[in-house]
Design a protein around this ligand. Structure first.
Ligand SMILES: [Zn+2]
Ligand SMILES: [Zn+2]
Length: 108
């Protein structure tokens, strides 16, 4: 990207200051800040809970408990607890019906 100084017409230099890049002119005091080009870090989003519940791998090696399935009234369900909101809120318990023909998912 070539830019020319609007004041004197000379080629602007790109220099890096403490927290941003800026164009500066070598022959006059013209300086133009460039908006930050440093990309903000992308933090992985919490997996969508429903996607977690739908993925069968998530339910491997989990314990089962006495819970009545709301879909088929089966008396056992796999369960796992997950922090879905902020850390100071209680864990959410997810269930998956032990009846393989049903495999209904629900949450507390
Ligand atoms: Zn200039
Ligand atoms: Zn069920």
């Amino acid at each position: 990207m070539l830019l020319f100084c609007p004041t004197c017409g000379n080629l602007l230099l790109v220099e890096e200051s403490a927290n941003c890049l800026r164009f500066s002119c070598g022959t006059c005091p013209y300086i133009s800040n460039i908006s930050r080009v440093v990309k903000s870090r992308n933090y992985p989003k919490l997996k969508e809970v429903d996607a977690v519940m739908g993925g069968s791998a998530a339910w491997e090696n989990v314990d089962s408990t006495d819970a009545v399935c709301p879909a088929c009234n089966h008396g056992r369900a796999y369960f796992m607890q997950m922090q879905t909101r902020s850390a100071d809120e209680p864990m959410t318990t997810f269930y998956k019906c032990c009846n393989a023909l049903c495999a209904h998912n629900w949450r507390d």
